[in-house]
Design a binder for this molecule. Sequence first.
Ligand code: ADP
Length: 449
Amino acid sequence: MKIKKILIANRGEIALRIIRACKEMGITSVAIFSEPDLNGLWVRRADEAYPILGDPIKAYLDYERIIDIAKKAGVDAIHPGYGFLSENGDFARACERAGIKFIGPRADDIDLYGDKMASKTAMKKVGMPVLEGTEEPIIDIKEAEKIAKQIGFPVIIKAAFGGGGRGMRIVRSEEEFKDLFEAATSESMKFFGRGEVFIEKYVENPRHIEVQILADTHGNVIHLGIRDCSIQRRHQKVIEIAESPSLSKDTRDKICEVSVNALKKLGYVSAGTVEFLVDENENFYFIEMNTRVQVEHPVSEVVSGVDIIQEMIRVAEGEKLSITQDDVNIRGFAIEFRLNSEDPTKNFMPTTGTIKNLMLPGGIGIRNDNALYEGYKLPTNYDSMIGKLIVYGKDWEDTVNKARRALDELNIGGVVTNIPLHRAVIRDEDFIKGKFTTKYLDEKLEKLD
Ligand code: ADP
């Protein structure tokens, strides 16, 4: 079935990114927007746009109204982007019930991988290495403590139904278990409305390595190489790299191979990301599977030349992927810098303002994914990520050099952003040498305090 019209159930840079893919494919695009998003660039760039009045957060989560708009606009498919409804199995089912294609995996797979423990169990069954941990969500502190002792400290407590690094606590000894368990469950309750957590072995000094997967309904599963997302602040990604400047080729190839094999066996469809932790000896462990297009997808696109959104749309049409694994030729490196409206000198507190003197870098190897323009007033209701700068070069050194000059060219006036942090990282010896783990940024920041 050819898709002719798509509604984008999202906002900001990812909405614009999807509209661009639609335009190149000759597909009509439909935007939605909340009241404070009236002046969003994606609203202007889409062929049609419909408001959703009322609570600005709920606007992008209210799937009945979104499906209503989709029906009235006569779309054949909905792309959910990332965040919001992208990992909501019920939304995918509601789309299908309304006769609208959900551009993403099957609803049951969204549910399966959204449950971190069920997903670990499923992956373990098909030969994936996983960390020792609980297989059921727990809420009872006594039981939790018993399990933690069995696994052996240090352990990490994670929100069973969470994400974004929230509801996570590292416990190094029995004495601190009680307090940290309570902190994790109450944070999980606050952010996700559910207090259940799970416990797994904590890996010291890991690298976060993930594999970009594409799969179609004809049984073809391929990878677009890996991303090193070890540069994190409080377990949240800040800078992502394709490929990895430090991982051995042997481990990299193994990680790609086990991911493709596992998802072939599990019959996965659409774009997905398999996330791993890699320890100091390059042992690797599956931690979670993301069933959506990710914020950091552009780095894989620029090193592979494959348009992930367009492939997702083809797959939703029932077509085969446009490339085979043999066609995928990863070249060089890419770095993505998340541009956040937050103040690095004030504990990364969210900031706001109206964009002035916007200067975006250009030249060879630069991609700007954002929905910014001069005079744009940032709404205060949403995530602080306002865009991404993506830089790519023929090797690591070239990519770092390009990134340094691109970050120096970049100016987003009118709001305080984390650009100074990126400028410091790109000049840091350890970063340049590829010497970093998930602790890198928190440790560097601690030294500055
Ligand atoms: P979320 O869904 O909240 O992003 P993840 O499970 O993907 O949570 O983990 C996010 C980050 O937290 C990882 O990249 C890593 O830095 C840290 N982390 C998660 N699990 C472990 C673990 N078992 N040991 C060490 N660090 C971990």
